[in-house]
Each structure stands twice: as structure tokens, then as C-alpha cells.
Design a protein around this ligand. Structure first.
Ligand code: THU
Length: 157
């Protein structure tokens, strides 16, 4: 048996001026959109917004339900809507924001990572993922597959 190591590459920072104007605008829209989250049970307000190759910004939030497992994360609200409504556009980047007093950005759950991966594989173009915290710190992944080492995808089927 051999020891193996997987390296995960990402960038982190706390200075939004490091982004170009389009990306900064996406981040600002994502932060503002968390007010639309429907999260009366967890009080954990998440927003996710993306930019398409035609410049359009698409937005989503988590949407909870009194029957807790029926709830859906912001990332999957956003991706389902985008895949259904913009089937011929590619996604360039996604920003994700949690409106909670935390010093670090919150990474997406495993189910959302798997969903991000599916969309990235389908469009055959990397999607940048930007995680933003309330304190202004951020983490940037160049592509969704960096969030899911040893991923499962359709190739195996
Ligand atoms: N949530 C998201 O929207 N995205 C994630 O990646 C993790 C969790 C939501 C689901 C639920 O409404 C609340 O956060 C608490 O789990």
C-alpha cells in the first residue's frame, strides 16, 4: 500500500479591491441578496449568485420548510434555476455568502459540491467559486472540482 496526498489549491484574502469590477459587483449583489433567504428555522441566511457568459447575474437563496429535510440550500436553488432557464449559457463564476457574524467564509455542503461539479462537468468549462464572510474575508477556488477531491461523476457510469 502507498501513501497518497491530494493537494487542494485555493486563494484567500480580505481585500475586495483585489477583484475586477464585474466580480466585485457580483460579490456586492450576493451580499445584498441574503435578505431574500427564507430561513426561519435555522436563521442561517445564505445567498448564492452567479454570472453567465452573457453577463447576466442570476441569484438564489436557501429556502427552508417546516418539514426540515424539504429545505434547499442556496447553491442548489440557484443551480436548478439556472440550468432550467439558461440551458445554453455557461456559468463563469459563483459567489456564496452567509449572513452570520463569522470571521471565516462558510464552505458549501457536500450535496451542493456534488451539484456544482455536475454543472461544471456538463458545461466543460471551469466555474470559479468565491466564498465570502460577513467580515469581508474570502476564499476563491478556481474550479468546483477543487472543492471535491476524489469526486464521483458520470464517467464512472
Ligand atoms: N445551507 C445552504 O444554503 N448552503 C450550504 O451549503 C449549507 C447549508 C442552508 C440550508 C439550511 O437552510 C441552512 O443553511 C442551515 O443548514
Amino acid at each position: 500500500m502507498k501513501n497518497k496526498t491530494i493537494q487542494v489549491n485555493y486563494k484567500e484574502g480580505n481585500d475586495l479591491t483585489a477583484f475586477d469590477a464585474k466580480t466585485k459587483d457580483l460579490i456586492e449583489q450576493t451580499i445584498a441578496f441574503s435578505k431574500n433567504a427564507y430561513a426561519p428555522y435555522s436563521n442561517f441566511h445564505v445567498s448564492a449568485c452567479l454570472i453567465l457568459d452573457n453577463g447576466k447575474v442570476v441569484k438564489g437563496t436557501n429556502v427552508e420548510n417546516a418539514s426540515y429535510p424539504v429545505s434547499i440550500c442556496a447553491e442548489r436553488t440557484l443551480l436548478s434555476h439556472t440550468v432550467s432557464n439558461y440551458p445554453s449559457n455557461k456559468i463563469e463564476k459563483i459567489a456564496i455568502y452567509v449572513d452570520k457574524n463569522l470571521s471565516e467564509p462558510v464552505p458549501p455542503c457536500g450535496v451542493c459540491r456534488q451539484t456544482l461539479l455536475e454543472v461544471e462537468k456538463r458545461q466543460e468549462q471551469d466555474i470559479e467559486v468565491i466564498l465570502i464572510s460577513q467580515s469581508g474575508t474570502y476564499i476563491v477556488f478556481e474550479k468546483c472540482s477543487d472543492l471535491l477531491p476524489l469526486y464521483f461523476d458520470g464517467e464512472a457510469l
